[in-house]
Design a binder for this molecule. Structure first.
Ligand code: HEC
Ligand code: HEC
Length: 202
C-alpha cells in the first residue's frame, strides 16, 4: 500500500501543478529553467584558464606563437622568427619545425624549451590570444571554428589532451594556468548544465 502511494505521488503532483502552470503562463512568461547567473560564473572560471598565457600563447590568430607572462618579462612574439608554417599545419616551416626544439617533455633549463607530444599551434580559427571573454565564448560554441566539437567534446579535450595538460605543468618557472584540468572539466560540465550562456559583448 505504501509503495503504491509513492508511485502515485509524482502523477498526482503533475495533475495538481498543471492548472497552476497554465494560470501563471497567462500572466507572466514562464521563468527560464536554467540558472544564467550560475552559468556565467562557471564561464568566468573557464575564461580565466583559456585566456591564461599557458593556453592563449598557442591559440593565436596570426602565424606567431607568443611568449607572455612574468617568466618572459612581458609579451612578445616567439623568438627565432618561429612561424605557424606555410602549409598552415601549425608545426612550423620545414627546417624550423616546432619539434626541432620542443620535445615530448619540458627542458629542465630555466629558459629551455618546454615540451609535450605533438607540440604545435592551434588552428587560427581557435584564436584566444588578445580576445575578449565574449569572443572566446562564442568561438568555443561554434562547430565551424572549434574542430566540429560538441561542448561535451570540448570538456573531454580539456580533461584528456596532452597539450592542454602541459598548461598546468609548464616547467621551469612558468606560471601554470589557474586550477587544474579536472576542475576546468568540471566547470565546463557545470556551464553546459546551466545552459552554456556567454557574456554579452562589451
Ligand atoms: C603547444 C600548443 C598548445 C597549448 C599550450 C594549448 N593548446 Fe589547446 N590546442 C592546440 C591545438 C594544436 C589544438 C587543435 C587540436 C585539434 O583540433 O585536434 C588545440 C585545441 C584546443 C581546444 C579545442 C577546440 C577549440 O575550440 O579551441 C581546446 C578546448 C583547447 N585547445 C584548450 C586548451 C587549454 C585549456 C589550454 C591550456 C591549459 C591549451 N589548450 C593549451 C594547441 C595548444
Ligand atoms: C629554435 C627553437 C624553437 C623552435 C623552432 C620553436 N620553439 Fe617554442 N620555445 C623555444 C624556447 C627556447 C622556449 C622557452 C623560452 C623561455 O622559457 O624563455 C619556447 C617556448 C614556447 C612556448 C611557451 C610559451 C608560454 O606560454 O610559456 C610556446 C607556446 C611555443 N614555444 C610554441 C612554439 C611553436 C608552436 C613552435 C612551432 C610553430 C615553436 N615554439 C618552435 C624554442 C623554440
Amino acid at each position: 500500500m505504501k509503495k503504491l502511494l509513492i508511485m502515485l505521488t509524482p502523477a498526482a503532483m503533475l495533475v495538481l501543478a498543471a492548472p497552476f502552470a497554465i494560470a501563471q503562463e497567462s500572466q507572466t512568461p514562464t521563468p527560464v529553467t536554467v540558472d544564467a547567473a550560475k552559468g556565467l560564473s562557471e564561464w568566468d572560471k573557464i575564461y580565466a584558464v583559456f585566456s591564461h598565457p599557458r593556453c592563449a600563447d598557442c591559440h593565436v590568430a596570426d602565424d606567431r606563437p607568443r611568449w607572455s607572462g612574468a617568466h618572459y618579462g612581458g609579451t612578445r612574439v616567439h623568438a627565432f622568427n618561429v612561424q605557424r608554417g606555410a602549409d598552415g599545419s601549425g608545426f612550423g616551416n620545414p627546417g624550423l619545425r616546432c619539434t626541432t626544439c620542443h620535445f615530448s617533455s619540458n627542458s629542465n633549463a630555466l629558459h629551455g624549451p618546454p615540451g609535450a607530444d605533438n607540440w604545435h599551434l592551434a588552428p587560427a580559427e581557435m584564436a584566444w590570444f588578445g580576445k575578449s571573454s565574449a569572443e572566446i565564448c562564442s568561438q568555443i560554441k561554434d562547430p565551424l571554428r572549434n574542430g566540429n566539437r560538441s561542448l561535451k567534446d570540448i570538456a573531454l579535450h580539456v580533461r584528456d589532451d596532452k597539450l592542454v595538460a602541459w598548461g598546468w605543468a609548464p616547467g621551469s618557472d612558468r606560471e601554470p594556468a589557474p586550477g587544474s584540468a579536472e576542475a576546468t572539466y568540471q566547470a565546463i560540465e557545470n556551464w553546459i548544465a546551466a545552459g552554456a550562456s556567454c557574456p554579452v559583448a562589451q
